[in-house]
Design a binder for this molecule. Sequence first.
Ligand SMILES: NC(=O)c1ccc[n+]([C@@H]2O[C@H](COP(=O)([O-])OP(=O)(O)OC[C@H]3O[C@@H](n4cnc5c(N)ncnc54)[C@H](OP(=O)(O)O)[C@@H]3O)[C@@H](O)[C@H]2O)c1
Length: 376
Amino acid sequence: MPSTLLQTDQRYMREALSLARQSPVLPYPNPWVGCVIVRNGKVVGRGFHHGAGTPHAEIEALRQAGARARNATLYVNLEPCCHFGRTPPCTDRILQSGIRRVVYAIRDPNPAVEGRGATILKKRGLEVASGVCAAEAAALNEVYLKFRATGLPFVTAKVATSLDGKIATRTGVSKWITDQTARRRARQIRRKHQAVLVGVNTILADDPHLGLRPPGPVEPWRIVLDSRLRIPLRAQVLKSGRCIVATTDSLSSYKAKQLKRIGARVWRFPGRRIPIKRLLKKLARAGIFSVMVEGGSEVLGSFYDLRLIDRIYWFLAPMIIGSEQSRPAFKGRGVSRLEPAARLRNFRIEPVGNGWMIRGNMSRWALDQADNENTL
Ligand SMILES: NC(=O)c1ccc[n+]([C@@H]2O[C@H](COP(=O)([O-])OP(=O)(O)OC[C@H]3O[C@@H](n4cnc5c(N)ncnc54)[C@H](OP(=O)(O)O)[C@@H]3O)[C@@H](O)[C@H]2O)c1
């Protein structure tokens, strides 16, 4: 491809990407998509996806362009769909509109599309190019791409420790290791997730609310790992009306009934402990595609051992707690050699309040560049 054409394509694809980022709500399970239609060097249509069930970005841009779409180029950050979902196929509308060239960034891994969208357009004589700004486009849709490939939600871990890596003293006190600014920042990150997950010991020790402050239009789900249903009926998380208690099927159902009566959902799993991967799959099937794990150390250890953390936010306070009986950030099995230890990629360290925040990627699904504030 001539370099001037590539540069032009990149310019308009970046515009499509920034439109995609404008989506006012988390459009899960739909991807973030933006579209720009260009004719004779002039943008004649723009669109982005407003959420499940609403017209796709391409349709919005085509409507805006109207007759000016004839012989124009359409830029979109994800391959156009070719199936009937909640809305009709975009490929049909593109073909009807007279668009001559379609440029997309990445292939849609949705089994209903997977390259077929592009094939249909090519077969009908349109010029189709792909791969433009592919890295940026994949980063923008890391949650969607992970879910499509694995059936799992995107998992972010948040830890707040002293300099010696402790999340609580030997008596279990953790309020407060980090300062208000750090805690506010952590709540902003929570705002971007559909669910917050903790172990029952954290509920027993701190009775956290785990909601948004100020309250958001959509509060996150609270997920509690609690094999023996030790959660007190008066726990703050239960007052949210959006609490899922994951437990095992080995116990009498009396407490489960009480929990359900006060509005909690109780999910039972076989075994003595909660099988985390199964729980995550069930969460994704229930429409929860991003989960923030907020501790404590046993739960973080379980997620780490299974290599289920995609991204980590580590708040570090200028404080030393000491003692081998105080709680480390991660329990679990850990690693015996250093080679398999997870190392952060694309990490960034920034001062937050009187401490620091380290943010880094831990799985191949976490794709963003460290300076991209738009992803989780
Ligand atoms: N500084 C921070 O950022 C921070 C954040 C959170 C908590 N904390 C502190 O951490 C302490 C609590 O941490 P913790 O390590 O004792 O407990 P935890 O991780 O909060 O909860 C662990 C419990 O969850 C249940 N569980 C069920 N399935 C599990 C699974 N697959 N993996 C792991 N746990 C599972 C188990 O109890 P059952 O067997 O009864 O189900 C387990 O004992 C508190 O002192 C709290 O203040 C600090």
